[in-house]
Design a binder for this molecule. Structure first.
Ligand code: ADE
Length: 416
């Protein structure tokens, strides 16, 4: 293991306990796993944000009989107290330290892979990428995997299309019980949380520019608007652009938005979305952050190049003084601001995301032998079961179709 300090374990344990209270679906899966041991004998390498919610997932996998090793899926998202508690209280091998440099980040991924996993669990596909480039000797022993996030699924689908993906992977992100809630409400709330923790600025009355109107962008826009911001959306795809207009937001190219934004947040999954031409136009004091998976969305190299100096002002808030004297503030080094400056998505949405992870790991153990090396959707039965369990855990009950209604829905003969 390689963590910051075992001394943080008690603090981590309490915070994990707090998260657990909002994760009833994962808890019910853990209880069943404890009895049935569906992952018995399986070595797993997990590359995830090391948070209190991830700790609950690790416990569930261990309860299911898996022998898990965990590393971070982002250098800035590790909660060191959680890593310590997993090592000390759960005897799980963890390799992650908040703020680790790039070399250590990849060293930790390799340490997780040294476990010779049968199953991989990834968030962003860096573990799978490393496996398919530097650690190919391990591919033979791998049965299957799961992927958590939009960016990772896009990378894996590209690998599958090029014929280089060597084993089946389930795209957890594509489950309705994942992206409807995690990407929209989770990213929505935690991104605003990160921006507020980093800046302590008032959102109300600000011009809040959001690049990308996917599930995450929609969530951030809704929350920023709810806090009184004038939301401006930038898009490259006409369809979500129309949706943003009809949701009541202004839509314009980034070149126009750059002149008027107070806050900028990228959530596109693409590279250099906020770049030199935009920094050239920004108002003095603009605040810039990213909530997409990788730190590629903001062209930080250009920002550095255009600046005569920079300094840290507060945690997660760096001030760049441009050559012409304007100030631009960058949050969380351009890494995902919801995990770098806050604690990621709240436990209640991660409950469904990680229920998908646990059940898809079980699904892989049962079915990997019959699957091809490509990207698979989450089985509908898993998605529906998680939705039903979550609703039940909220004490909310819904109607059932009557036999007559069911018959009507399955017939074509009856018109007006
Ligand atoms: N991704 C976003 N929020 C997260 C969280 N709280 N835990 C793990 N992964 C996350």
């Amino acid at each position: 293991m390689d963590i910051k300090s075992k001394d943080l374990a008690e603090e981590g344990k309490l915070r994990i306990e707090w998260a657990a209270r909002s994760m009833p679906v994962l808890k019910s899966i853990m209880d069943r796993f404890e009895k049935e041991k569906p992952l018995a004998g399986k070595r797993m390498a997990a590359c995830l944000h090391v948070t209190t919610e991830t700790a609950m997932l690790m416990r569930a996998l261990k309860a299911g009989g898996a022998d898990v090793r965990l590393c971070a899926s982002n250098p800035l998202s590790t909660q060191d107290d959680v890593a310590a508690s997993l090592v000390v209280h759960d005897e799980i091998e963890v390799f992650s330290i908040h703020g680790e440099d790039r070399d250590t980040y990849y060293k930790h991924i390799n340490s997780a892979l040294d476990h010779k996993p049968h199953l991989t669990m990834d968030d962003g596909a860096d573990l799978v990428g490393t496996l398919h480039s530097d650690r190919r000797e391990l591919l033979e022993g791998i049965e299957g995997g799961t992927e958590e996030t939009t960016t990772g699924v896009i990378r894996l689908k590209s690998m599958a299309q090029k014929g280089v993906l060597e084993y089946p992977i389930v795209a957890v992100n594509d489950a309705n019980t994942k992206h409807f809630f995690d990407n929209r409400y989770g990213t929505g709330q935690s991104t605003i949380d990160g921006i507020i923790r980093a800046t302590n600025r008032l959102i109300a009355g600000s011009n809040f520019v959001i690049a990308g109107y996917g599930w995450c962008g929609r969530g951030v826009a809704r929350r920023a608007s709810g806090m009184g911001a004038r939301v401006i959306v930038t898009e490259v795809d006409p369809l979500p652009a129309i949706e943003a207009v009809m949701d009541g937001f202004q839509v314009m190219p980034m070149n126009e938005a750059a002149r008027i934004g107070d806050f900028f947040c990228s959530v596109t999954g693409d590279i250099n979305v906020i770049a030199r031409p935009h920094f050239e136009l920004m108002k003095d004091g603009a605040i810039v952050c990213n909530s997409g998976h990788f730190n590629v969305e903001i062209d930080i190299d250009s920002l550095e190049d255009m600046s005569k100096s920079k300094r840290w002002i507060r945690d997660s808030l760096e001030e760049y003084t441009l050559n012409d004297g304007r100030l631009v503030f960058l949050l969380g080094e351009g890494r995902l601001v919801n995990l770098a400056a806050a604690e990621g998505h709240p436990s209640s949405v991660m409950d469904m995301s990680f229920a998908n992870q646990a059940l898809c790991a079980e699904h892989m153990v049962k079915n990997a032998a019959t699957l091809k090396p490509t990207v698979y959707p989450v089985p509908e039965s898993i998605d529906k079961a998680i939705a039903a369990l979550k609703l039940e855990s909220m004490g909310i009950y819904i109607d059932k179709l009557t036999a007559e209604q069911e018959k009507y829905l399955n017939s074509w003969e009856m018109g007006t």
